[in-house]
Design a protein around this ligand. Sequence first.
Ligand code: IPE
Ligand code: IPE
Ligand code: MG
Ligand code: MG
Ligand code: MG
Length: 345
Amino acid sequence: MAHHFDPAPEVLANGVYAFESLPGPLISPPERSLQRLRFAHRTPSAHFGFPPMELQNYIRPAIAKVDSALDRFLPRAATKPATIHKAMRYSIFAGGKRLRPVLCLAAAELCGGSAEGALPAACAVECVHTYSLIHDDLPCMDDDDLRRGRPTNHKVFGEGTAVLAGDALLTHAFEILTHAKPTTRYGTGALVRELAQASGSRWLIAGQVLDLENEGKKVSKNTLKFIHLSKTAALLTCAIRLGAMSANATPAKLDALTRFGQSLGLAFQVIDDILDVTQSTEKLGKTAGKDVAATKATYPALFGLARARAIAAELTQGALAALKPFGKRATTMRAIAESLLVREY
Ligand code: IPE
Ligand code: IPE
Ligand code: MG
Ligand code: MG
Ligand code: MG
């Protein structure tokens, strides 16, 4: 029986969704000019920053595996109603860094498993992440026009469809996750609980709620740390943990990788805050300077840029220290963490 896990015949060229095939009437003329924006770095196999060649050689094929698995796991664009499936694919294949799936695959390999075995978890996490971005960009949240170098989902498909595309990606993530093979230590229930908790109201949503509630307020260091741990580090850690779980990692390894993920995830959001202040819209593929405009609680706002940079470096050091038990096997993971500290988008 053919279903949507079969390779789609209309595999999107290089994983990139052609603007030309978007439904024209949904896009008003001013938005059409936004469509023409092209970002030099947003190539189909966009990777983060300018990592050393060795790391690029790891990341490129990893992203290719993830993109082709996402294409298989997602309903085809023509599946009825086509609008929602086009909207889901529009944001999924917009040229994100695919950091979380790459971390998921790397964690699996670090724990003696295979990238292939981690693909369902990696794709599930990327769907949750992409949903969180679609909703984060809505006018009722951060109100952004640009994401991953393209007009945001609601700018192209309208707010109603963007909300539903987010809902559908979140739900579909769990369907994808059921394709992960259970291991002796981690059954399907454990995997589903892992993703549900990280995405739920005690982690990702908690962070997003506090992020909104604290606009325009002076937050304490602890609240800011909690916001960043929740809205960003939790899902990033989840990606790593699910990768490790797909490889049947021992509890000790899972603990070490959890500490790694939390430090790296926190560093990642601190750097995201810094880049919002220091980089251009073109480089970021999303509107620069939004955090100041929205008086968001960020590390540069609370500590200043220099201190925020030092905190990101300390957190990265903490992440690297957590990898010690893995010794030389953690070379790739270490390189990923180091490259994120110097990333430019
Ligand atoms: C952006 O995440 C939102 C944050 C949690 C900081 P990424 O910077 O990983 O976004 P993409 O996936 O590359 O678009
Ligand atoms: C987004 O944080 C975190 C989530 C989407 C969960 P930001 O609001 O800082 O992310 P950007 O800067 O819009 O990518
Ligand atoms: Mg936000
Ligand atoms: Mg935002
Ligand atoms: Mg940000």
